[in-house]
Design a binder for this molecule. Structure first.
Ligand SMILES: Nc1ncnc2c1ncn2[C@@H]1O[C@H](COP(=O)(O)OP(=O)(O)O)[C@@H](O)[C@H]1O
Ligand SMILES: [Mg+2]
Length: 360
C-alpha cells in the first residue's frame, strides 16, 4: 500500500525514517515532518542527530538531550524533539536489559565498555534504532520521526538492530565465553591461544577488560535478540515509512540512486523521496528566456539580467530532468520538491515553511 501524498503518509504511519547523505537537509526535513504531523493533530516526536546549534536552540534541545522536550506552539497536536546521545542511550539499553542492578553496574563501569560504547562503528545507528523502539513502545506518540546518522550506507541503519546480538554471536565472543566457562576442552585451549596473541597486540589489560565485558553480558543475549527482531519487524512493515532526502544536483543525486538500490536490496521501498533545495520556478520556459535574452542583447544592463535569468532557467530545467530520473527509480514513492529558501532553516518559522511545502 503506497500513499498518494506526503500528508497521507504522515496521517497513516507510526514511524518515519529519514535517510540520505549528509548535508542534503535530513535533519531539517525530519524536524519539519514531525511539525507537519503535529499540525495535523498527531502526537509527534523527532529524534534528531547533531542538529545545527541554532536549530537545537529553537527546538529547545540544546541542553536537554536524550529525552523528548515538548515544544509549545499553535498546533493542535504535540511536537516534541530530542537530540540523540549515543552514550546515554547505550547506558539505558544496558540498564533495561540487565538481569539486575549489579550486572548493569558491572557493564557500565567496565573500561572496555566505556571506550567502545561511544565509538564502536555502527553504534550511532544502533542507538538511533533503540531510541526509536523505546519511543514507539512507550505508547506516548502517534508518530516517531527518526533522523539517521550521516552515512553512505543506508543498510547500516537497517542492520543496526542486530548489532549487539551479532556481536554476541561473534565466534571470538563465543570462544572467549566458552573458554572461560569450561575448564577443559578444545574451546578453552583455542581461546587461550587467541587471547595470548591478542594480548601481545593490544595489551593484557585490555584483553582482560574485554573478556570481563563480554562475560558480563551473560544472560542478556536472548533479550537483545528478541528486541532486534521486534524492531526489524517494525521497520519492515506498514507501520514504518522510509523517506529519502536528496538534492537535485551533483554527487548527492548519485548517492540518492545508490540509497534507493540499497533500500530495495533490503526488500524495502522508499515511501517518499523529497528533493530539497530545488531552484525556484520562474514560470518561464527555456525558449522564452532564450528569446528574452536575444531581444535584450543590445542593452548592456538588461542583457546582464537576461543572462542571469537564462542561467537560472537553464539550471532549473536540468534539475527537473534529474528529478524525473530519480522519480523513475522510485516509482512507488511520493515525490515532493522543496525549493531552496532564501535563508537557512534555524527556527520554528523556517520549519513551518518547510512543513507547509511538504504537505501542500
Ligand atoms: N530548502 C532549504 N533551503 C535553504 N536552506 C536549507 C534548506 N534545507 C536545509 N537547509 C539548510 O541547510 C543546512 C543543512 O541542513 P541539515 O538539515 O542540517 O542537513 P543534514 O542533516 O542532511 O546534514 C542547514 O543550515 C539548513 O538550515
Ligand atoms: Mg543532520
Amino acid at each position: 500500500m503506497s500513499a498518494d501524498t506526503f500528508a497521507e503518509l504522515l496521517a497513516e504511519r507510526q514511524v518515519v525514517i529519514v535517510c540520505g547523505t549528509g548535508g542534503v537537509g535530513k535533519t531539517t526535513t525530519a524536524a519539519a515532518t514531525a511539525l507537519a504531523a503535529a499540525e495535523a493533530g498527531r502526537r509527534a516526536v523527532v529524534v534528531t542527530i547533531d542538529p545545527a546549534k541554532r536549530l537545537a536552540d529553537a527546538l529547545g534541545i540544546a541542553e536537554l538531550g536524550n529525552t523528548p522536550t515538548v515544544i509549545d506552539g499553535p498546533w493542535p497536536g504535540t511536537l516534541a524533539a530530542l537530540m540523540l546521545d549515543t552514550k546515554s542511550t547505550f547506558d539505558e539499553v544496558v540498564r533495561r536489559n540487565a538481569t539486575d542492578n549489579d550486572q548493569a553496574e558491572q557493564i557500565l563501569s567496565n573500561r572496555f565498555y566505556r571506550n567502545v560504547s561511544g565509538t564502536l562503528s555502527g553504534t550511532q545507528d544502533y542507538m538511533a534504532v533503540e531510541k526509536l523502539a523505546e519511543l514507539y513502545d512507550s505508547g506516548d506518540w502517534d508518530l516517531v520521526v527518526v533522523d539517521t546518522p550521516p552515512t553512505r550506507d543506508a543498510l547500516a541503519f537497517l542492520e543496526a538492530p542486530q548489532m549487539l546480538s551479532r556481536l554476541l554471536d561473534n565466534p571470538i565472543y563465543k570462544l572467549v565465553i566458552a573458554g572461560n566457562r569450561g575448564v577443559f576442552g578444545v574451546a578453552n585451549k583455542a581461546a587461550q591461544t587467541v587471547m595470548r596473541q591478542l594480548a601481545r597486540v593490544v595489551g593484557a589489560y585490555v584483553v582482560d577488560e574485554a573478556i570481563a565485558f563480554f562475560q558480563s553480558f551473560d544472560g542478556m543475549e536472548k533479550g537483545f535478540k528478541e528486541r532486534a527482531q521486534a524492531t526489524l519487524a517494525l521497520m519492515g512493515d506498514e507501520r514504518t515509512a522510509f523517506v529519502l532526502v536528496a538534492s537535485p544536483r551533483g554527487d548527492t543525486l548519485d548517492e540518492a540512486h545508490y540509497f534507493l538500490d540499497r533500500i530495495r536490496e533490503a526488500d524495502l521501498d522508499a515511501d517518499a523521496v523529497i528533493v530539497n533545495r530545488m531552484l525556484p520556478a520562474t514560470g518561464l520556459s527555456l525558449q522564452q528566456s532564450n528569446a528574452l535574452h536575444s531581444s535584450l542583447a543590445a542593452d548592456t544592463d538588461a542583457a546582464g539580467a537576461a543572462q542571469a535569468l537564462l542561467d537560472l532557467v537553464t539550471a532549473a530545467a536540468a534539475d527537473d530532468d534529474r528529478v524525473a530520473e530519480l522519480s523513475k527509480a522510485a516509482p512507488l514513492a511520493v515525490l515532493t520538491a522543496v525549493p531552496l529558501l532564501a535563508d537557512d532553516v534555524h527556527n520554528l518559522d523556517g520549519l513551518r515553511v518547510i512543513a507547509d511545502l511538504l504537505t501542500r
